[in-house]
Write a protein that binds this ligand. Structure first.
Ligand SMILES: [Zn+2]
Length: 233
């Protein structure tokens, strides 16, 4: 679902590539570099030992992300295994990302943001109506992005992926602090323009992203913006 605003954001990002955020990468090792427009879905394969850099080009942009093993699509990122194994409620530099079989699928090897969420889940039409108002049901959501990308992307077709492969996800750059009484708060972001996170694959993996289109809470600063994706070795 592309709006005029999305197109404008995408054009701005292409005209102003996040060059300073690529200084640490040898350009000859870059295998893929793409912009995902505000509010859109994205998908790619990342081979073992390759690194995916996600760049929050304009700041305060939640990036809902799932990882699935190429060798066996029944093995995928598990939020509960990851929280238990890391013994921490937030993801950060050095966090290992575990699968539902207790194996490490990827590791966060660089991070200029500082903290990422894996508790808040992905927004959907249904959760919008519960959290906000019934008239938010038709608004674009991450679950819609996951469904649309899985139904249309060549990587999803190659691996015969569908909605059954969607589970609890990571929200890169999203700030979900825990209140003293144990509640989750969807708070104003701690990210900023040009912040990035590097995720190094420990096995060949498929990455599915929804560049969150949410407009009803501050996870995107009420203004969804483009992200840049770089795969390098
Ligand atoms: Zn969302």
């Amino acid at each position: 679902m592309t709006t005029n605003n999305d197109t404008k954001n995408k054009d701005q990002a292409i005209q102003n590539p996040a060059s300073t955020t690529l200084e640490s990468i040898d350009s000859k090792t870059i295998k893929l570099r793409e912009v995902c427009a505000a509010g859109e879905g994205w998908m790619a394969e990342v081979k073992k030992n390759q690194t995916l850099r996600i760049i929050d080009t304009e700041g305060n942009q939640a990036v809902d992300t799932l990882f699935i093993s190429c060798a066996d699509i029944a093995e995928r990122y598990s939020a509960t295994d990851t929280l238990a194994q890391n013994q921490k409620l937030f993801l950060e530099m050095g966090s290992q990302l575990f699968t539902n079989r207790g194996r490490v699928i990827a590791t966060i090897t660089d991070d200029t943001c500082g903290r990422h969420d894996t508790l808040g889940g992905a927004c959907s039409c249904e959760s919008n109506t519960v959290r906000y108002a019934h008239d938010t049901y038709p608004m674009h959501s991450c679950r819609n992005n996951f469904m649309h990308t899985l139904a249309t992307h060549s990587v999803a077709q190659k691996y015969d992926l569908n909605l059954r492969h969607v589970g609890p996800n990571i929200n890169f750059f999203m700030n979900v602090p825990i209140t003293p009484d144990g509640s989750l708060a969807f708070d104003d972001g701690i990210s900023a323009p040009g912040k990035y996170v590097d995720i190094t694959a420990q096995m060949d993996m498929i990455v599915l992203i929804s560049n969150c289109p949410q407009l009803n809470n501050p996870c995107n600063g009420y203004n969804p913006t483009p992200i840049e994706l770089v795969i390098y070795e």
